[in-house]
Design a protein around this ligand. Structure first.
Ligand code: SF4
Ligand code: SF4
Length: 136
């Protein structure tokens, strides 16, 4: 089974060998599609995980037990465009550049194709315009 997920690592988990453990203990093949991790800071990985279904689920529980937030990609982000003041906070926070703002009109643009559902925009918008929708 193959699953695409975003793994959000807390500050104290980025230096640990959790991904190595995932391979060794659960025989999960990991394809890192995008990474942003710095020692001493929280980090994010967009990964494709491939393994036997049971081992994959056990591996994800192992990550969760170690403080990693696992977000399935079967969820999507939307926002209330009509109330947006184009402050750009969300675009600055957007890990994958799904949200951008700039010339010529300095209006927020959202490209859902690039969204990896990391949820950073939910916290960054002062007007709380973002919401997350889940689907199977
Ligand atoms: S969840 Fe928000 S911040 Fe994260 S990639 Fe999608 S639009 Fe960007
Ligand atoms: S943070 Fe909120 S108000 Fe600011 S540009 Fe993004 S959606 Fe608009």
């Amino acid at each position: 089974m193959i699953k695409k997920v975003v793994l959000s690592f807390p500050v104290d988990a980025t230096d640990r060998s959790l991904m190595y453990d995932l391979v060794k203990r659960y025989d999960i093949r990991i394809n890192i599609l995008k990474a942003e991790i710095e020692a001493g800071k929280s980090g994010k990985l967009l990964v494709e995980l491939e393994a036997d279904e049971l081992l994959l689920e056990q591996g994800l529980v192992f990550l969760t037990d170690n403080g990693v937030t696992v977000s399935p990609l079967a969820s999507k982000i939307s926002y209330d465009e009509s109330r947006c003041i184009n402050c750009g906070n969300c675009a600055s926070a957007c890990f994958s550049h799904a949200l951008t703002i700039g010339e010529p009109d300095w209006k927020l643009k959202f490209n859902p194709e690039k969204c990896i559902v990391c949820k950073l925009c939910l916290k960054s918008c002062p007007l709380k315009l973002f919401r997350i929708e889940f689907s199977e």
